[in-house]
Design a protein. Structure first.
Length: 292
């Protein structure tokens, strides 16, 4: 249920970590027991009478969140961890939740496993291994993933338990496969692709823009011809005047700089033009009084 409240003017320091979630809401959620006692004001605080102690034997786990999927992930994980301490291990009681706004009814927690399939070729390629399907299914059990092999489609289908919410894609299965095999046991092979490292042209352009923004712009008396004429990297070969003409009139003499027009415009629009707009009212050198 929920109850109407007025917006608080101040937030207690020990609660401010969670108040932003409902601070601007017109109603606050309240959880009551069968005797109409307040059990919790989620996500702010729980009642003192309902807290867990060493003598607690019956535990009611409730999860409230603004994202239903995340709430179910947390609920399933907590229930799975607590279930090993139950009188009948790994047996829990489900609860039917009815949403007042829509009338939708959901039984939680949903402890069903979800299937995920990946081809044997893909798993071996991503992990850098060369294992047969039976070996793949065997080592995945170390990661709480039970798998079956379909010879017709050459795929391995694993059963992902509710405690493995981190398994979202087939690449996660390949990662678990490599972890179970052991990173130190992976065969070391020489690189098949040789590359030469150098600075990306867009990075060099943004470095140039930073120089203009932080070294030249604050010095309003500095003329344009006093700026550094060339970039450090001769391969890009762009001048400060090229940069200015690029985003002001889209007319540049540097073909390599022209090819980066879109990228430079995004960089300039986000902070350089904003800085210029905020400084256009500041008087220039000719408008300032002579200190002498």
């Amino acid at each position: 249920m929920s109850c109407s409240t007025s917006t608080a003017q101040t937030r207690p320091k020990h609660l401010k970590e969670y108040t932003d979630l409902i601070y601007d809401s017109e109603v606050y959620p309240v959880i009551l027991d069968s005797k109409d006692r307040v059990m919790s004001l989620p996500p702010i605080i729980n009642s003192d009478f309902s807290k867990i102690s060493q003598d607690t034997r019956d535990i009611f786990i409730e999860i409230t969140a603004v994202d239903e999927n995340k709430a179910n992930i947390v609920l399933n994980t907590l229930v799975a961890m607590f279930s090993c301490y139950c009188e009948t291990p790994y047996h829990v009681e489900a609860v039917e939740v009815e949403y007042e706004a829509t009338g939708r009814k959901v039984v939680t927690p949903n402890m069903n496993s979800r299937p995920m399939s990946a081809s044997v070729r893909y798993l071996n390629a991503i992990s850098g291994l060369d294992l047969n399907p039976d070996k793949i299914c065997a080592i995945l059990t170390k990661m709480m993933l039970s798998g079956t092999y379909d010879e017709k489609s050459d795929t391995v289908t694993v059963s992902v338990p509710p405690t493995r919410s981190d398994v979202l894609h087939a690449c996660d299965v390949a990662e678990d496969m490599a972890i179970a095999y052991g990173y130190n046991n992976l065969e070391k092979r020489p690189l098949t692709t040789i590359t030469v490292g150098r600075q990306q042209p867009i990075n060099q352009l943004t470095d140039l823009l930073r120089y203009v923004a932080f070294h030249v712009m604050p010095c309003y008396a500095m003329p344009c011809h006093a700026m550094p004429r060339w970039c450090a990297d001769a391969d890009v070969n762009c001048r400060v005047s090229d940069v200015c003409s690029l985003w002001l009139c889209a007319d540049t003499r540097s073909p390599k700089l022209a090819s980066l027009r879109c990228s430079l415009w995004v960089s300039a629009r986000t902070w350089l033009i904003h800085a210029l707009a905020n400084h256009h009212r500041i008087p220039g050198p000719s408008d300032r009084a002579d200190p002498n």
